[in-house]
Design a protein around this ligand. Structure first.
Ligand code: DGL
Length: 269
């Protein structure tokens, strides 16, 4: 396998950029391809069959770049699409295991909360993974699907609507006294301040972005596939719809401007 080949990172939309940003920081010499399936976002409200079909076509699109590694920067694709990923990818890093490991390390009272999309919750992937690592853990789950819409529509963590929605969604997790909360969808780190305010100071938030980037680096190291070049890595972004919104919102995710010329329209089947 060619060490200069790109790492391909994908999500249903913009959320995966929260993983991309951490990978870019941690591995500045890697060539990166990002694909956001903005024509079909959200994935989290769909059936498992539909999500599996989407994941297969996302992988087919990315195959043309001959990536050395796939990063599934989407909680929904990682959990519901796991079978397809295992069948189609030689190796990949998803957001489930890294987040579960971090949460089991962080918790002191053994009460872990998970917020995610509806489809991720239904898959049970986070609960299974946490219980496997820490059988005595008490895991509390809550689907917070509206968070995805808030983020995709530009409502940030200081907006009034985000505060109201977070309060309603998080009250049961607060009552359960979880001391650790997994942000099980890659869109959620953009709302981490409002989520943190609602949960209270003593609760550790686990963001899949950093944890997944670190796991990706470790996976590449173990495979002997880290890029040894000193040059800054190249970056290409693809979306299946609406370049304009992606550039605008993408800049917020990446915390640096995203030039329209860097983003291309993807043809997916
Ligand atoms: N970013 C996706 C995830 O991590 C969710 C958004 C969606 O519903 O498509 O689950």
């Amino acid at each position: 396998m060619n060490k200069n080949a790109p790492i391909a990172i994908f999500d249903s939309g913009m959320g995966g950029l929260s993983v991309f940003r951490e990978i870019e920081k941690l591995m500045p010499h890697e060539n990166l391809i990002y694909f956001g399936d903005t024509a079909r976002v959200p994935y989290g409200t769909r059936s498992a069959e539909t999500i599996e079909k989407f994941v297969k076509s996302d992988l087919d699109f990315l195959a043309q770049f001959e990536p050395k590694h796939i990063v599934v920067a989407c909680g929904t694709a990682s959990s519901v699409g796991n079978k397809v990923l295992k069948k189609e990818c030689e190796h990949f890093t998803s957001v489930i295991t890294p987040s579960a490991i971090a949460a089991t390390k962080a918790t002191k009272n053994g009460k872990i909360g998970v917020i995610s999309t509806v489809a991720t919750l239904k898959s049970g992937a986070f609960v299974r993974k946490i219980k496997k690592m820490m059988p005595q853990a008490q895991v509390y789950t809550q689907a917070t699907q509206l968070f995805v819409n808030l983020v995709e529509n530009g409502f940030d963590e200081n907006s009034e609507v985000a505060e109201v929605v977070a309060k309603a969604y998080l009250k049961d997790l607060k009552k359960a006294e979880v001391d650790t909360l997994i942000l099980g969808c890659t869109h959620f780190p953009l709302l981490s301040k409002v989520i943190g305010r609602q949960m209270g100071e003593g609760v550790t938030l686990i963001s899949s972005g950093y944890e997944t980037a670190l796991a990706t680096k470790m996976d590449l190291e173990a495979l002997g596939l880290l890029n040894e070049s000193d040059a800054p890595g190249t970056k290409r972004f693809f979306v299946s719809d609406d370049l304009h919104t992606f550039c605008e919102m993408g800049a917020i995710f990446l915390k640096h401007p995203l030039n329209k010329k860097e983003v291309e329209l993807a043809q997916i089947n």
